[in-house]
Design a protein around this ligand. Structure first.
Ligand code: GLN
Length: 492
């Protein structure tokens, strides 16, 4: 078969079960595509050829023995922020360019247990800080829809590999939008789960109270398959929730759109910088949902103006603390010929970290310093609570909340956004992390340059199943999610 990369996860699963192809054939097919196409997209930091083929053979053997489950033998790409035993785990940083993880992140281990085959590790903004994937030590990844544009970030590599058909699905992490925004920029579906639904163990920490891992794929259905593997309690992560995991695939039709109350926050559609085409596509998708039976309800989210300042105090504060471990002593990059221990710390950190990471460490250290802690950090925590309460109030009135995922479509590579401009692009995604809520982004059309637009749906706590189901119903009635990026079409 020559078009294995066009199959959905369900089709792959059925094809493997019916012995139409083996995991080895499927894996070799993807590895060949990566070798051919990725030099243009530049999405993989590491391709794990041998590991992948060995895992594929093991999966085929399991199947022979009658022990295969739904995902046995299906390839996946992991964001290079998930620790992978014996495989380089860089977080997109020079600091970890030489780091081979001694253990697997829980998400990776759960993937292995489910029989997933690791194709490799994919590019990202350095330490997941950014919205373009350009801050990676390994250079910019290209958007498969238009190679002179960014795929978004920080999980830009995860989005690019799926959009270019270089992996059937991928893992991502989302601290302030890094699953949803790249999914939006690349025409994909991406789910950021409730804080505590997916284990953070073995995920290189950015901002621990905001970080959450989730699936990125073509459709809600494909995401549901990966979510079934990723979700669950983990004793190794004290913030992971001991709560039964739903079967996200079985529940895809559990929510009906009939009577579903969708909140439309007034404030969100009046944001300066909301692109006209994005607004139009999002409004069209809401009309479609209404046609399918949903009820649109105008709501207020009065804290909207506080999102960006609050997030950009809390995230850097936690980052500055998390990144203090990279000191040139324990592991990671070490400066050469240090004069003394201070010189070693200083030069290892200034040579090992890129500009955006250093900027955030400075902001974070500043807002946590004794003189400013109350004025900035404590204040931001109080506003964070108000933002959460604002959402909870809205959920008394509606089932889900709709918003654009991002105010614009993908930026041009090198558009040289100044940092504050880039931070403002996160307006629609970051409040969800501050509140710990789940949210999903799904493709709903294109702008005038044929760049994808994403609709975001925000749910109440633990409503992952409902969000996947709502998007699945929408995707049964529309075909935006089946459209292929330019480079995928050229290499169909
Ligand atoms: N763009 C946001 C930031 O730079 C979000 C990144 C993320 O979710 N990892 O912090």
């Amino acid at each position: 078969m020559t078009d294995l990369h066009r199959l959905s996860i369900r089709e792959i699963s059925e094809g493997l079960a019916a012995a139409k192809f083996s995991s080895r054939e499927l894996t070799e097919h993807y590895l060949k595509r990566i070798a051919k196409i990725d030099p243009q997209v530049r999405s993989y930091v590491t391709v794990t050829n041998e590991v992948a083929l060995a895992q594929a053979d093991a999966a085929d053997a399991l199947r022979q023995a009658g022990q295969a489950t739904a995902l046995t033998g299906i390839p996946v790409a992991h964001k290079d922020i998930f620790c992978t035993q014996g495989i380089k785990t860089s977080a997109g940083s020079k600091m970890l360019d030489n780091f081979i993880s001694p253990y697997d992140a829980t998400v990776v281990a759960q993937g292995k247990n489910a029989g997933l085959v690791t194709l490799g590790k994919v590019n990202m903004d350095e330490f997941a800080m950014g919205s373009t994937s350009e801050s990676s030590f390994y250079g910019a990844t290209k958007n498969p829809w238009a190679l002179d544009h960014v795929p978004g970030g920080s999980s830009g590599g995860s989005a690019a590999v799926v959009a270019a058909d270089l992996a059937p699905f991928a893992t991502g992490t989302d601290t302030g939008g890094s699953i949803r925004q790249p999914a939006s920029f690349c025409g994909l579906t991406g789910l950021k789960p409730t804080y505590g639904r997916v284990s953070r163990y073995g995920i290189i920490a950015y901002a621990s109270s905001l970080d959450q891992a989730g699936p990125m794929a073509r459709s809600a259905e494909d995401c549901a398959y990966l979510m079934n593997v990723m979700a669950g309690h983990d004793a190794k992560d004290s913030t992971s929730m001991d709560k039964a995991v739903e079967d996200y695939v079985a529940n895809l039709n559990a929510t009906t759109l009939k009577g579903l109350r969708i909140g439309i926050p007034k404030q969100y559609f009046n944001v300066a910088g909301l692109d006209a085409a994005v607004k139009a596509r999002v409004e069209e998708s809401l009309k479609k949902l209404e046609e399918l039976g949903a009820v649109l309800v105008e709501i207020d989210l009065n804290m909207t103006e506080s999102y960006v300042p609050t997030y950009y105090l809390i995230a850097p504060a936690e980052a500055s603390s998390n990144l203090s471990r990279y000191d040139g002593v324990r592991y990671g990059y070490r400066a050469e010929n240090p004069q003394d221990i201070l010189d070693l710390y200083k030069r290892s950190r200034s040579e090992g970290f890129g500009a955006e990471v250093q900027r955030r460490i400075l902001i974070g250290t500043y807002v946590l310093s004794a003189g400013y802690y109350d004025a900035y950090y404590v204040k931001a925590q109080k506003v964070r609570r108000l933002i959460q309460q604002d959402f909870l109030k809205a959920f008394e009135q509606v089932d889900v909340i709709a918003a654009p995922t991002a105010p614009t479509t993908a930026y041009k590579i090198g558009a040289s956004l100044d940092p504050v401009e880039m931070y403002l692009g996160d307006i629609y995604t970051i409040a969800v992390n501050l509140a710990g809520l789940p949210a999903i982004s799904a493709p709903v059309g294109f702008d005038q340059d044929h760049l994808p637009v994403g609709l975001q749906l925000i749910g109440n706590y633990w409503s992952e199943s409902q969000l996947l189901s709502v998007v699945h119903q929408y995707q049964q009635a529309t075909d935006w999610h089946t459209q292929r990026a330019a480079i995928a079409e050229e290499n169909a």
